[in-house]
Design a protein around this ligand. Sequence first.
Ligand code: SF4
Length: 322
Amino acid sequence: MTGPLLSVQGLTKHFPLKTGQVKAVDGVSFDVAAGETLALVGESGCGKSTTGRMLLRLTDPTAGSIAFDGEDFLGLGRAALRRRRREMQIVFQDPYASLSPRNRVEDIVAEPLDVHGLCESRAARRERVIELLRLVGLDAIHLRRHPFEFSGGQRQRIAIARALAPQPRLIVADEPVSALDVSVQAQVVNLMQDLQEKFGLAYVFISHDLAVVRHIAHRVAVMYLGRLVEIGTTETLFSAPHHPYTQALLSAAPVPDPERKRTRIVLAGDVPSPANVPSGCHFHPRCPVAQAICRESVPALRDVGGGHRAACHFGKPFPIPV
Ligand code: SF4
């Protein structure tokens, strides 16, 4: 394969209301290469989780296209979709809610094996589940236990083992460590990195936590009110953000080096409702450097150098007044 593993073009999800519609996702485009981690970041309600769900067709897009390994994913019939779904798995934020409380770990982890008919015997199924548990740092002694007998971090390891079961090439991880204590977050993130290295996995890593994203992602895509406003490598996006919204987000994130000072950019007002999005650049009512054109015209996502793209009419880092 020479092209990207996943290619998303103009992905859109509008939910109809009695009057008008909620523009949850509004024309998002990006690629993910095999073995790469792309982080989708933004505040709550920016459309990142809806985007993640559409990637697996858990939510149907209103418009746009998704190609997986060059194949039109949205056009697949039932049988072909089932086959492809083996290669794309999801891990949710709350492992307790995503693991059936009545089932034992063995059956939870084996669920994708059963769905896709991947084990020929009970013995082979058990052997594979034990192998998967070991991959995530658990053991055969955990097979007969229920989710409530585990800590939050262990439950997320079980969810990861289940996602790994059908040998996927891509995992959509929707806030996978947000519900965990900070010390446990690091362990789960390191586990995900190890598994990526071992199996060449690609991740779409959805998060609002920039410190975690900086640690795990190769590239970062920033969303605001259903649109992508900036995308680039983690290094360039963190060191030279071009979009004023990205600059504000980064200014609020903890700095790894406490000696370094950073001035926090406080944005005016709250994120507007996706049912009533501002005209032109969605960010204009809160943007500290907005100008007249920003109210009228939607900025395109333009290359600002080296494949780094930003959706701002002015396309360069601003000296933001603070
Ligand atoms: Fe701010 Fe205008 Fe750029 Fe939008 S287009 S981010 S409002 S300067």
